[in-house]
Structures are given as C-alpha cells and as structure tokens.
Ligand binder design. Structure first.
Ligand code: HEC
Ligand code: HEC
Length: 356
C-alpha cells in the first residue's frame, strides 16, 4: 500500500511537470562551432522537454539542443530506406504499432536479439540488451549509422532536400555521419511514454480492475519483487542483472554482459528492459525465447536458475537456496493483468511520431 501511495504521488508530480510545448521560433546562431568566420543565424522553434521531477536530469548535449525542426529532420531520416544498403529503414525494425519494436528476433547483424523498443531512451546511459554501448544517444546513433547501416555519406550529400535541411538546422554545408547522428538522436529523445492506463490510475483518472490492482501489489511488493529492477515503470534501473534465465549458456548471445567485459561474474547479465508496452511484444527476453507474458511469469515463478552470477534479488527470504515466487494460478493471472496496463495506446497512435 505504502509503495503504491509513494508512486501515486510521484506520478502526480510528473503529470504536473511533464509538459512538452512548442514555443515561438527564435533566432539561433547556427555557426555550429565551424569557426569558418561566418555567422549563420536561422529561425528555429525550441522544443521544451520538461523533466518529470523524480527522474534524474537528462543530458542534452550543448551542440544538439532540441528544436522542432531538427526533430522533424531526425524523424525523416528514421523512416528513410536510403540510409541503409539493403532497403531497410530504422522503422523496418522499430515500428510504432509495436512500441517502436518488432515481434520477431532479428538475425544476421543482430545475431538473434529481439528488437528493443525505442521508449524513454532519453534517460539511458547503457544501450543494447547486453549494454555494449555506453554514452549518449548521439553516440548510439553514430554506431547505428556507421556500423549497422554503413550509410553512404556521399549518396546522402547528393540529396538536395537533406543538404538544405542540414544547412538550415545544423549550419553545415557538407553532411557528415555525425550530423545525421545528431538529428536522429533528437527524434529518439522525444519518444516518451507517459499515458498508459497505469499512469492514468496513478493520476486518479482511471480505476484498475480487481485483477490489475492485485497484480500491481504483487509487482510492487516483496511478493513479486519486480520493482527492484523494473523501477517505477517509467524507465528501468538501466543496470545489468542476471535474472536466472540460463543454467548453461548455449548461444553466444546468452552470455550477455560477459561478451562486453569478459568478466565471469557478468555471465548472463542483461540490461533490465523497460516494461512499457510489453504486452505489444510477442517475443520476450533478449532472444525472444518466451512467446507470452504467461510464460514470462511462469519463468519467474518456478524457472529461475541458480547460477553463480544470478542476481541476489532473485533469491527469496534472504536465503541463498530459495528461488521462485510461489505464486498461485490466480496470482499469476493478476500479475499478467497488471503488465497489460502498461500499454501506451496514446503513444502508439501519436501522429507526431508517425511517418512524415
Ligand atoms: C534489422 C533490424 C533493425 C534495424 C534496421 C535497426 N534496428 Fe535498432 N535495434 C535492432 C535490434 C535487434 C536491437 C537490439 C540489438 C542488441 O541489443 O544487440 C536494436 C537496438 C536499438 C537501440 C538501442 C535501444 C536500447 O534500449 O538500448 C536503438 C536506440 C536503436 N536500435 C535505434 C535504431 C535506429 C535509429 C536505426 C536506424 C539507423 C535502427 N535502430 C535500425 C534492430 C534494428
Ligand atoms: C534482478 C532484476 C530483475 C527482477 C527482480 C525482475 N526482472 Fe524482469 N527482467 C530483468 C532482466 C535483466 C531482463 C532481461 C533478461 C534477458 O533478456 O535475458 C528481464 C526481462 C523481463 C521481461 C521481458 C521483457 C522484454 O521486453 O522482453 C518481463 C516481461 C519481465 N522481466 C517482467 C518481470 C516481472 C513480472 C518481475 C517480477 C516477478 C521481474 N521481471 C523481476 C531483470 C529483473
């Protein structure tokens, strides 16, 4: 009860402070650090990203301030199949209707990982399932463009439309991968989910069914212990944990964070995923091994493996040898019902995020 109340208050605070508003255009010195002796002043519309109060501040790099025009440019790049060499756009694997993810695991470049949902990334520092990228969204976008897509920058520079937009919004004559990464990062940063049934419940605008309410209690109490890692449901703790999926690591990707650090203790660790829109997914965990939320809950209930690097949170009652939650059939259904209240129908229908 106490936990629920605290969270309710936090959400009310967010409701009051999270306002995204587009203001009037303002002149921007767009010389962009080029030191070419010119001063290119353009008119752009600042995009105000007001922080939910209980979240750590997001860092927006000084040279990539949010403007409505730059976000629109990033969105256009996100949907453009010409960035890749195989006819794919970012959107091919990150579809709005699935919460900016897609159902099946991706092979080839992605080695069988499921596509991550692009939601509330503004707060992330660790990226990808196994945390292999650390840094800003600009850094991640740079890798997506140069490593995943090997984007042909000469080709992009032949597109007059982009030449004009980058000149106007970033003050550059010749587009580089870095400039493109900046624009994409703008669009990534504003993909914020805040209007699930659960948010509305916390704001006092919706009532949970009995099933959902009981599920909420399990999630936020020692009964389920989910909230320790899936913190606040607004994001995640963004840290690496082994939730005990495997006793033997059959596939290379199952080793998770170990593949990044080479440290034995990091075997099977993954970054806690954001559970917003989780019911829109059809494949769960880094490799999509579960195909329903019921299977996920069964796993937490009875399937946790006792491996050396398993997170202490996965054990029960402060005893190293007791695993699993011991939920009965009704409680399992309640937990699933609660997870379904995390679907953000507003975000997946929001035209501001849709194809330009
Ligand atoms: C072929 C499918 C595919 C394409 C195309 C694709 N992605 Fe992804 N994306 C994935 C998968 C799969 C992951 C998770 C990979 C991993 O963890 O190793 C991912 C991860 C990400 C992440 C990290 C999210 C997080 O929570 O850490 C971001 C950001 C991202 N993609 C953005 C993009 C952008 C921008 C583009 C276009 C430049 C793009 N993706 C193109 C499949 C794709
Ligand atoms: C010790 C931290 C921890 C705890 C406690 C925890 N989880 Fe997780 N959860 C994770 C990690 C890490 C993953 C990703 C594991 C992987 O992919 O290998 C995950 C994955 C999931 C997924 C799959 C999400 C997706 O997008 O594929 C769901 C659903 C989930 N957890 C729900 C829960 C529920 C419900 C509880 C409480 C019963 C819970 N978790 C407790 C860390 C935790």
């Amino acid at each position: 009860m106490k936990q629920g109340k605290t969270i309710r208050i936090l959400f009310m605070a967010i409701a009051m402070t999270t306002i995204i508003s587009a203001c009037k255009k303002e002149p921007v010195d767009n010389n962009n650090g080029n030191n070419n002796g010119t001063t290119d002043t353009v008119e752009m519309t600042p995009y105000e990203f007001m922080l939910p109060t209980h979240f750590p501040a997001i860092t927006i790099p000084d040279d990539n301030k949010l403007y409505v025009e730059r976000i629109a440019l990033g969105k256009q790049l996100f949907f453009d199949t010409r960035l890749s060499n195989d006819g794919k756009s970012c959107e091919s694997c990150h579809k709005q209707e699935y919460g900016f993810s897609i159902p099946e695991p991706q092979h080839g470049f992605d080695k069988g990982h499921t596509s991550l949902p692009l939601i509330n990334l503004a707060w992330n520092k660790n990226f990808m399932w196994n945390g292999r990228l650390v840094g800003t969204l600009e850094d991640v976008m740079m890798t997506e463009l140069t490593v995943r897509f090997s984007t042909d920058i000469a080709k992009v520079n032949t597109m007059t439309e982009y030449r004009t937009m980058f000149k106007n919004f970033y003050g550059v004559d010749e587009i580089t991968h870095k400039d493109m990464a900046k624009a994409l990062a703008q669009y990534m940063r504003v993909l914020v989910s805040r209007d699930t049934k659960y948010d509305r419940y916390v704001k006092g605008q919706a009532t949970l069914t009995l099933m959902e309410e009981e599920g909420r209690r399990i999630f936020f109490s020692e009964r389920g212990d989910c909230f320790h890692c899936h913190t606040n449901l607004l994001a995640t703790d963004n840290l690496m944990h082994n939730n005990g999926l495997d006793s033997v690591y059959n596939k290379e990707i199952d080793l998770g964070y170990f593949n990044v650090t080479g440290n034995e203790n990091d075997k099977g660790k993954f970054r806690t995923p954001n559970l917003r829109n989780v019911a829109l997914r059809t494949h769960y965990m880094h490799d999509g091994r579960f195909t329903s939320l019921e299977q996920v809950v069964d796993f937490y209930n009875t399937g946790v493996n006792k491996v050396p690097s398993v997170d202490p949170l996965m054990t029960k009652d402060n005893r190293d040898d007791v695993f699993g939650l011991g939920l009965n059939e009704v409680e399992k259904k309640q937990l699933v019902a609660f997870l379904k209240t995390l679907t953000d129908s507003t975000m997946i229908a929001d035209k501001a995020f849709a194809a330009p």
